[in-house]
Design a protein around this ligand. Structure first.
Ligand SMILES: C[S@@+](CC[C@H](N)C(=O)[O-])C[C@H]1O[C@@H](n2cnc3c(N)ncnc32)[C@H](O)[C@@H]1O
Length: 263
């Protein structure tokens, strides 16, 4: 993996990730905290949810882990003054975490679908938890973004883009609830509970749709197209198609909730 292929436009993500923040807050509302735990925010991104976690933990600590240095820098900039050394930042791959029995709980939102090998991911998370630790997470799953993904695949295979995107496999794993539950149990988790929920998201207009898709969804595809004009045309074509949707500029998001405990 090149460093470019793990990077994000973190300040744009921080500004645009309203949908991810509101989904994440709902996941957090279902987590019961004492307030003094040591937690891992797995794939913390620009730290908007890490900040919410820290607010709920007046005597605890959170380690935010992410593969992207840009994301970690943005998170640190936003949270260092507010939370001091109760927030720690570590650049690492979630599939290979440098922690053993270190956390009371793991929280994660909108990150696991960017990890391709979920068996490896769940084993790594399990190993980072203490006995009686817990995992409460949500990521994309099931038919997540099916409409946009089909259009993207058709466009990617067309003669104009095939030299760059022909044969490019999607950079996401979208599991169904049953498969995810099996994988969690295989990693050792008990009291496993998984489920899918729809999360249709409507963007205001063509400009907002295009910016969101470019920053949050299709950046890995776009970075494979070397020419800026062609990248713009790729995005413009998907935005033109989204104008005809009902409602226009809507994204057919589905979220997969995941929970499991360590005995
Ligand atoms: C869409 S962002 C979500 C950020 C944050 N959790 C939120 O809800 O706003 C996904 C994050 O997962 C991180 N990520 C993807 N694959 C990763 C991996 N294998 N290890 C660590 N972080 C990863 C990305 O760098 C990115 O910051």
């Amino acid at each position: 993996m090149t460093s470019a292929s793990r990077e994000w436009d973190s300040s744009a993500y921080h500004r645009l990730s309203g949908p991810q923040l509101s989904w994440g807050k709902k996941v957090l509302a279902r987590v019961h905290l004492r307030g003094d735990e040591t937690l891992l925010d797995a794939g913390c991104g620009s730290g908007r949810l890490t900040g919410e976690l820290l607010e709920a933990l007046p005597h605890g600590r959170v380690v935010g882990v992410d593969l992207s240095q840009n994301m970690l820098r943005t998170a640190r900039e936003h949270l260092a003054t507010r939370f001091g050394d109760r927030a720690l930042w570590v650049a690492a791959d979630l599939q290979d975490l440098p922690f053993v029995r270190a956390f009371d709980g793991i929280f994660s939102t909108a990150a696991f679908h960017w990890v391709l090998d979920h068996d490896k991911l769940f084993r790594s998370l399990y190993g980072a938890l203490r006995p009686r630790g817990w995992l409460r997470a949500q990521c994309g799953g099931g038919p997540n973004l099916e409409r946009l993904r089909k259009r993207t695949a058709v466009l990617a295979a067309s003669p104009k883009y095939a030299p760059f995107l022909g044969g490019y496999a999607e950079p996401w794993t979208y599991s169904d609830a049953g498969t995810a539950a099996e994988r969690l149990r295989r990693a050792g988790f008990v009291a496993v509970d998984t489920g899918l929920e729809p999360a249709l998201t409507v963007l205001e207009d063509a400009g907002k749709y295009s910016e969101f898709v470019r920053t949050v969804i299709l950046h890995r595809h776009l970075e494979r197209i070397p020419d800026a004009r062609l990248r713009g045309e790729f995005l413009a074509e998907l935005t033109r198609q989204a104008a005809a949707d009902d409602p226009p500029y809507s994204l057919d998001y589905w979220r997969l909730n995941l929970s499991g405990d360590v005995p």
